[in-house]
Design a protein around this ligand. Structure first.
Ligand code: PRP
Length: 210
């Protein structure tokens, strides 16, 4: 147990739930963990170091081995195939990917446009539906696109549904349910297997109990 583990955590709305889960699993995390603007936080008592990254970037840190473990949304895992192991569904930050539009949207064959932060996932979905669409990649505030006429439909995460509602959009189809996953770098798993297994087992126990 000499080596510490480096864990990539997603900043933002998933962070708190993931931190709670780690604490419930008995890993003592420093208080500064929650409020700090620091991007690297050491938790010596837990034998851990945390990298606080943009959610979409967590799999990149883990794939390149600078983090042994990471907490990543299933959305990011579907969007970009990565050479990492997905070892545990943490059952946190549950939401789903959906297609939405302004009310009364009717399918058209003339150059239909779909805006999304998840261009690959969206392209794959419409391909499976046998529909040809142009995908427009945006980095956030996707709901704007139909409102200003950039696209007819969007593919985006729906959590409470509040953002769609407040912007007068309606859901057309559900694509896939999303939760956060624990991911592991394959080389780390070989070298630090005992330590990693312990983290996985302790988290799995908490997840099961909830
Ligand atoms: C996400 C998503 C929706 C919203 C859904 O955006 O893209 O816009 O949350 O949540 P709701 O159903 O609870 O309203 P996020 O807040 O992560 O920011 P973004 O728009 O910049 O991607």
């Amino acid at each position: 147990m000499s080596d510490f583990l480096t864990i990539a955590m997603p900043k933002g709305r998933i962070f708190e739930e993931a931190a709670d889960l780690l604490r419930e699993a008995g890993f003592p995390l420093p208080p500064e963990f929650d409020d700090s603007r620091k991007l690297i936080v050491d938790a010596p008592e837990a034998n851990m170091r945390f990298i606080l990254a943009k959610p979409m970037d967590v799999p990149t840190y883990v794939e390149h081995g600078v983090a042994d473990l990471g907490v990543a949304g299933k959305d990011t895992m579907i969007e970009e195939e990565r050479d990492v192991y997905e070892v545990l569904d943490l059952h946190i930050s549950a939401c789903y990917m959906a297609v939405a539009s302004l009310p009364g949207y009717q399918k058209t064959d003339i150059n239909p446009k779909v805006a999304s932060k998840y261009p690959h996932l969206a392209a794959q979905y419409f391909k499976e539906q046998g529909e040809q669409v142009e995908i427009i990649k945006l980095n956030g505030s996707i709901e704007l696109a139909p409102m200003v006429g950039l696209a007819d439909r969007i593919v985006d995460i729906v959590s409470t549904g509040q953002t769609l509602k407040e912007n007068g959009l309606v859901e057309l189809e559900t694509i896939v349910p999303i939760t956060s996953r624990l991911i592991v770098n394959p080389v780390s798993y070989r070298i630090k297997d005992k330590q990693i297994d312990e983290v996985v087992e302790r988290l799995a126990k908490v997840v099961e109990e909830e």
